[in-house]
Design a protein around this ligand. Sequence first.
Ligand code: UD1
Length: 430
Amino acid sequence: MDKFLIKGGKPLKGKIEISGAKNSALPCLAAALLTPETVILHNVPYVKDLITQRRLLEDLGATALTPELRTHKITAAHIERFEAPYELVKTMRASVLALGPLLARFGQAKVSLPGGCAIGTRPIDLHLKAFEQLGATVSLEAGVVVARAPQGRLVGSDVGFEKVTVTGTENVMMAASLASGRTTIHNAAQEPEIEDLADLLNKMGARIKGAGTATIEIEGVEALGAAEHTIIPDRIETGTFIVAAAITGGELEIKNCNPKHLSAVIEKLRAAGVEIEELNPTTLHVKCRPDGLTAKDVTTEPHPLFPTDMQAQYMALMTQAEGVSTITETIFENRFMHASELIRMGAKIEIAGNTAHVHGKTRLSGAPVLASDLRASASLVLAGLAADGETLIDRVYHIDRGYENIVKKLEKVGADIRRLTGNMALAAEE
Ligand code: UD1
């Protein structure tokens, strides 16, 4: 299994380019199932989750071409199966995004229940309830959710989510685009990825208004067609590199990003002492004095507030800030697994339920650590960059799910980081 070996203590310096947003590319790829015509997507990040999503589309019968590394041409003209199988759902929960399009276009869809995952139970009950509100029947057959539209087509309706759900909102938006009549989604997720998906769907001929707000209105249409779309920049990758500059006391120019998509993160990091300047609408300049950080509390909330996907990276940063910071995780249970690894590197963190108290500033020292999920692995990379000595991160397949070329990008700005593969990784263990 591949590992990362990091020799810490080097301030990062230089320019870094942000890739396309994984969490936007995933639903946009699924949206290609809504039409027999070709959907072309640019700026799709080259990460494991997107390879998995593409495999799912191909498994269903779609053809996928890659004229360039980050461009995907998907044609779902001959769909032969209507099921997201367990092997794919268990490795990537976003495969549930195939449900809405399949149900809307073919009147039937099946998905294996995702089951437990490293960051909590993560059910899909809200997706299913919403499909029922659109007239679908939903049943569970041997661990597989079977959804059908009795009249062959979904019927527009009022859908109210009890809890804000990102992929749930996306699934309903896609399904309602081909339903008969009007759908209103109440308490919709407001993430930039929702807006990006709505942009693509509208280019395909959908009639969606209000994406990016809590109320989305969708006027169903008979059919959707071809479209070409460029995926927005990854706001979580952007936030991660801002923290990388800050935690190493370095200076980075972060290019091809959209600072508006991470205002809450930028505001919090500025309050903690990170100097962040917007050079132009797509470029940030980040600087931080080695002793310039002070502890600031944070609570994760749905967009536009502080994202749960930046919580682990923020915790790594707070180990280097003066004072005690309280970090409250309200979105996912069991999302503090990085804390025990940070503690092994010398951090002082107390966990009580969904709250973590980080006592800074502590000196971090390199250690062998285990990555437990995507963002937890990012926090360990960040801690490794700041630590004295060598950090060996195991299970980096988690980071490969969502960060494009992270080793190369960090090396280019002066980090001493290497990917160890095969025997090299084994040797490092001995
Ligand atoms: C998406 C993101 C993920 C991010 C998360 C929260 C993608 C591919 N993934 O995940 O990176 O961390 O949003 O911003 O975009 N819930 C239910 N029932 C459901 C659905 C969700 O109880 O049917 C709960 C979840 O357990 C969680 C909360 O709702 O507590 C929010 O989850 P949700 O927004 O659905 O997360 P994802 O869409 O899976």
